[in-house]
Design a binder for this molecule. Structure first.
Ligand code: FMN
Length: 179
């Protein structure tokens, strides 16, 4: 049986990002038959329709990784009551028809950690996932508000309630892949 492949996308480029820590904590819960890869968005240029022929290397690399995934998990903070611009920028590249990124119907889990709340950020991101025709998981909801109390200085998750939710999310995402 070939392994299930889950690709993680982090909505923060910060070294000690709590959202990357959330993805690390998710990865730790995965069983042996699931492979996890964290995407690198740091080299993705600003979207420009004049740069679609050929597409930039970093965009092609991201596309190949996304296409190799059975499911995605996006962990993002909230920035000014939305989600960060560089993440939206990456989604705009991926949405381009001629790039042929396989997004439609792909299961995606949306999670996040932020100083106050991620409710609005997640709501905006869910709208874009709808536009991309992705299969967004409804439950469990993993919204880590008041995040300063739930991670250490290096961005490692310390909150046991959230760890338990990630275990449930792992099962839900694997089930979504199996259909
Ligand atoms: C530009 C900016 C805007 C922010 N806006 C919000 C916000 O609207 N709501 C919130 O809860 N936190 C907000 N924050 C705080 C972030 O949630 C916090 O820095 C979080 O830890 C970032 O995630 P990271 O640790 O993965 O980088 C903002 C931070 C920045 C830098």
């Amino acid at each position: 049986m070939s392994k299930i492949h889950i690709v993680g996308i982090c909505g923060s480029l910060r070294k000690n990002s709590q959202n990357r820590g959330l993805l690390r904590a998710f990865e730790q819960e995965l069983p042996d038959h699931v492979k996890f890869t964290l995407a690198d968005l740091s080299e993705i240029p600003f979207f420009n329709q004049d740069q679609e022929n050929p597409y930039p290397d970093a965009v092609l690399k991201l596309k190949e990784l996304v296409n190799s995934a059975d499911a995605l998990i996006i962990s993002t903070p909230e920035y000014n009551l939305s989600y960060p611009g560089f993440l939206k920028n990456a989604l705009e590249w991926l949405s381009r028809r001629t790039l042929q990124a396989k997004l439609a119907g792909k299961p995606v889990a949306l999670i996040g950690a932020a100083a106050i709340s991620v409710n609005v950020s997640q709501s905006h991101l869910r709208d874009v996932m709808f536009a991309l025709n992705m299969k967004v998981l409804g439950r469990p909801i993993v919204h880590v508000g008041n995040s300063r109390t739930k991670f250490d200085e290096e961005g490692n998750l310390t909150d046991l309630v959230t760890k338990d939710l990630l275990v449930q999310l792992k099962d839900a995402l694997i089930d979504a892949v199996k259909g």
